[in-house]
Structures are given as C-alpha cells and as structure tokens.
Ligand binder design. Structure first.
Ligand code: ACO
Length: 311
C-alpha cells in the first residue's frame, strides 16, 4: 500500500500536477514545505518592521499612504502563507512561538537597518525585485495551497517593486543630496539582496531534493543570476552605480558576470548575528504579547457565536 501511495505521489509530481492537503505525501516533503512556507511567512511579518519604521517619517501624505498600504500588504502575505502552512497540519500559534524562540528562520535581508527614506525605495526596487524573481516560479510549486498563495503575492510584489522604483526616480530627479542618499542606500542593500537567494548551489543542502519535488523550480544561483540580469539595466536607467567592480556584460554567456557575495556574512546573519536580529525578534515578541488580548477576545467571540448557533 505504501508503495502504491508513493507511486501515485511520484506520478503527480512527474506530470506537473498539484499535491493537495488531503493527498498522501512523504513525511519529508511535508516537513520541507512547513519549513519553507513558515520561513516565508515569518519573513513577510518581520519584513514589516524595517519599512514600518518610516511610516511616521514619510516626507508627504502621499508617500505615507503608499507605505502604509504596502506594509499592510505584507501582513496579508504573511496571513495567506500561515494559512497555507496550516493545511499541512501545523498550527500558526506554534509557528510564531518557534520564530520567537529562534527555532525557525526568516529572511536574512530584514536584519539590516533602514537609515534613510531612500531605503524605502531601495527595498521596493531591490528587495521586492529579488522576492519576485524568487517567487514567480513558486506559483508553479507542486503544493497547491502554496502555489496559489504565490499568485496573489507576486501581483502585489510587482506593485511594490514599481512603487520603490518610482520613489527612487523621483529622488534622482531631486537635489544632489537626494541622489547621494539613493546611492548610499543602493551601496548598503545590493549585496544583502543577492544573499536573499540563499547560499551558492554547492552549499545549499535543501536544493536538490526540493527541486526534485518541484517545490523549488530553479536553483539559488540561477535565480540570483536572473535577478542581476534584470536589475543592471534598471540601475543604468536610474543613474546609480551597483557596488560591484566585477559586474560586466558577458557576451558569450549572454548574461552579466558579477562578484561573490560575502557568504560568511550571510551565515552570520542567518545564525542570529546580523545588525538588527535581536531588535527584530524582540519587537515581534512584544507585538505578539501585546496582541494576546485581541486573540483571546476573538476566540471568546467565536466560542459565543458557535454556542448560539448550536442552541
Ligand atoms: N535568509 C535566511 N535563511 C536562509 C536564506 C536567507 N536569505 N537563504 C537560505 N537560508 C537558509 C535555508 O532556509 C536553510 O535553512 P534550514 O535548512 O534550517 O531551513 C539554509 O539556509 C540552507 O539553504 P538552502 O538549502 O538553499 O535552503 P532552501 O532550499 O530552503 O532555499 C530559499 C532557500 C531560496 C530562501 C527558499 O527557502 C525559498 O525560496 N523560500 C521562499 C521565499 C522566501 O522565503 N522569501 C522570503 C523573503 S522575500 C520577502 O519576504 C519580501
């Protein structure tokens, strides 16, 4: 019987069909999905912090409204993703606990500080741009609820990316000081953005299996390359310099060559030792504790409604 179930699973994967929550799946497949989807959800929620810090300091009402909406979208992405994870039999409260206790990861990128308003634009352009490169192929991921959540998330991410680019175009048309702010932000965020794609392929323990299961569709290095190829012309149009002396067009490959990110830095940041790791988790823990009364009230309300229905 186990062989039959495995054979059916293998066939669904081979034919590019979707695995749904009630289908049989290997334990390791389930575990990998919980790991990746939870990490992804945590990233969206923690990712609200660096930009959220600028809501009160946005330079105009228009910019404030845009930033508010964007940060709210991120909360929404986190919620779809936690909901997708829950179809695998885990509990969101437990995932949040694991994040706060440092037992689950979130993206390295959100452990860097946002020092000026130009960072808001650069996060939209580079960080959301990298997220799109990584996530568009996930719309074809083999697990149905994850793939479907990604469709909407990617549409919203594209909008975020454009608002970031538009913000930067505006600043680049401004004063010398504004242009310098944009360049400084690009210098600080470029390499961390490349690290978002994960370690290089030869040091990525999960890639081979996740690709065989069609959870991931492309390797970390392939997606990183696509991001560079997509971004260089945008940087030229914007008039900023990407801080990589090795960056150049390779006519033979038809792609850009680029330098090597500092993989030790990525390791440090993933393992908790980045510039803002402590602050991010502490803030998340506090928000979770401060929100306990809301969760209790909602649960009490739901219980009351259910009791009324049963009467
Ligand atoms: N930040 C934090 N952890 C990372 C990062 C990163 N940038 N890159 C890799 N890791 C972790 C992996 O999670 C894995 O740890 P684990 O085994 O304890 O879970 C370890 O480093 C080794 O990496 P890989 O074997 O390459 O892991 P994986 O195959 O899961 O690939 C990747 C990593 C590319 C991030 C993948 O999980 C993915 O595509 N996730 C979905 C996208 C996502 O989470 N995006 C969040 C940021 S985008 C945004 O929110 C705007």
């Amino acid at each position: 019987d186990a062989d039959r179930l495995q054979a059916h699973f293998d066939e669904v994967i081979a034919h590019d069909r979707r695995i749904e929550p009630r289908d049989w799946m290997p334990d390791a497949y389930r575990k990998t999905l919980v790991r990746q989807i939870a990490q992804h959800a945590h990233s969206e929620i923690i990712g609200m912090q660096p930009e959220g810090a600028w809501i009160t300091r946005a330079p105009s009402l228009r910019r404030k409204a845009i930033l508010f909406a964007k940060v709210q979208d991120e909360a929404g992405h986190g919620l779809y993703l936690y909901a997708a994870a829950e179809t695998l039999g885990v509990d969101r409260a437990d995932l949040t606990r694991r994040l706060i206790e440092g037992r689950q990861k979130y993206s390295s990128i959100f452990n860097y500080p946002t020092l000026s308003f130009a960072d808001v634009g650069v996060i939209g352009w580079l960080v959301d741009g990298a997220a799109i490169c990584n996530q568009v192929p996930l719309c074809r991921s083999s697990f149905g609820p994850y793939a479907r959540a990604m469709v909407r998330i990617c549409k919203e991410e594209s909008f975020h990316q454009r608002q970031g680019y538009e913000l930067l175009l505006t600043m680049m048309r401004g004063t010398e000081a504004q242009r310098a702010m944009v360049q400084d932000a690009v210098d600080r965020w470029w390499w961390p953005s490349l690290m978002m794609f994960g370690p290089p392929d030869e040091a990525s323990p999960n890639s081979a299996r996740s690709m065989a299961w069609k959870i991931k569709r492309h390797s970390n290095d392939e997606l990183r390359q696509r991001f560079v190829d997509m971004t260089v012309p945008q940087a030229e149009k914007l008039g900023v310099t990407l801080p990589d002396p090795e960056l150049r067009w390779n006519a033979e490959r038809g792609r850009y060559d680029f330098g090597t990110p500092d993989w030790d830095e990525l390791k440090r940041v993933i393992s908790g030792d980045g510039p803002c790791n402590e602050e991010r988790i502490e803030r998340r823990r506090r928000a979770h504790e401060d929100g306990a009364w809301v969760r209790e009230a909602a649960a009490a309300h739901a219980a009351k409604q259910a009791a009324r229905r049963d009467r």
